[in-house]
Design a binder for this molecule. Structure first.
Ligand SMILES: O=C(O)CCC(=O)C(=O)O
Ligand SMILES: [Fe+2]
Length: 297
């Protein structure tokens, strides 16, 4: 029977990266404390108590999904900025781009009677056009309730990021992300995984999904609509930048202010939306020859 490696909360970024490279999935036990779990639950409960279920087999007829977690939950903002997770995302994605962004936020509550989700690779959201050598995602599922095999713990196939795309796993190659509340599953965009079957009578499984993607790819959850400027203006510069109110590299994601007639806000970083007339720091721009050589990579 396949199993996932468990690391403890003190594990170094290097140790985590090493398992991620080998298996493309692992659990870090008790990375947040019960107080933080309770604050997340309290923020999400008003949304999760509404019976709004998935609309198809993939999203699950007995599964609830709540998005816009950055706008809706201060505790989830904190979670998204978790230092160690951000360092792992940065380093894991570094060979494929010059930055990363928060790409998807969702609380997923698998209810009793849910069937298992089809195994898939999350990179499929880009339609299969990304060459396999590009790894686009470093994803997390934070356990807010305990995850057990019986209540729908995520199925995951360690090592399948190296498989031929058509290889189908045997039953004993599938592991289950069993973990206590406060633990987190890390997995990549290329590993086979899917929600588990919930065969309990009254035990729902809730996870908070926070996915980090390369900054040059379109985000799965449109952060500018899920967290529009009138909400973003009250958040910290760090979380605003992480969800995309910042430039990716030289010019990616710049904006020009449509109301500005003074040409003070032409082709500037979105960070300028939240400040009074602060210009970009052009001293950090790369050498033009470096820009050209990068464009041919
Ligand atoms: O709920 C889970 O454990 C996994 C869900 C998933 O992988 C997805 O919806 O893409
Ligand atoms: Fe998935």
């Amino acid at each position: 029977m396949a199993s996932l490696k468990h690391l403890n909360s003190k594990a170094s970024v290097d140790e985590i990266l090493s398992v991620l490279h080998d298996d493309a999935g692992l659990i870090i036990d008790n990375l947040i404390d019960q107080d933080q779990v309770e604050r997340i639950s309290a923020d999400l409960n008003p949304y999760l108590k509404i019976d709004a279920f998935g609309r198809d087999e993939f999203t699950g007829f007995k599964t609830k999904r709540v998005g816009a977690l950055i706008a809706r939950s201060e505790a989830c903002q904190e979670l998204a900025l978790h230092n160690k997770i951000n360092e792992v995302s940065k380093q894991y994605l570094e060979p494929h781009g010059d930055g990363y962004q928060l790409h998807f936020t969702s609380a997923v509550c698998i209810g009793p009677g849910e069937s298992k989700q089809i195994l898939h690779r999350d990179r499929g959201i880009w339609g299969g056009y990304l060459p396999r050598k590009v790894e686009p995602l470093m994803s997390t599922i934070w356990a807010i309730t305990e995850f057990t095999k019986a209540n729908g713990a995520t199925q995951i196939v360690p090592g399948s990021h190296k498989w031929d795309k058509d290889r189908i796993p045997k039953e004993d190659e599938i592991a289950y992300a069993e973990m206590k509340a406060g633990s987190v599953l890390l997995y990549t965009g290329t590993v086979l995984h899917g929600g588990g079957k919930n065969e309990t009578l009254n035990d729902s499984r809730t996870g908070v999904f926070l996915h980090y993607a390369l900054n040059w790819l379109r985000q799965e959850e449109n952060q500018y609509l899920s967290c529009p400027p009138d909400i973003a203006k009250n958040l910290s510069p760090e979380i605003r930048s992480l969800i995309g109110y910042s430039k990716g590299g030289y010019v990616l994601g710049f904006y020009s202010d449509p109301h500005d007639k003074s040409a003070s806000f032409e082709s500037v970083s979105p960070e300028n939306m939240f400040k009074d007339h602060v210009q970009d720091d052009f001293s950090s721009l790369p050498d033009p020859t470096e820009l050209v050589s990068k464009s041919n990579k």
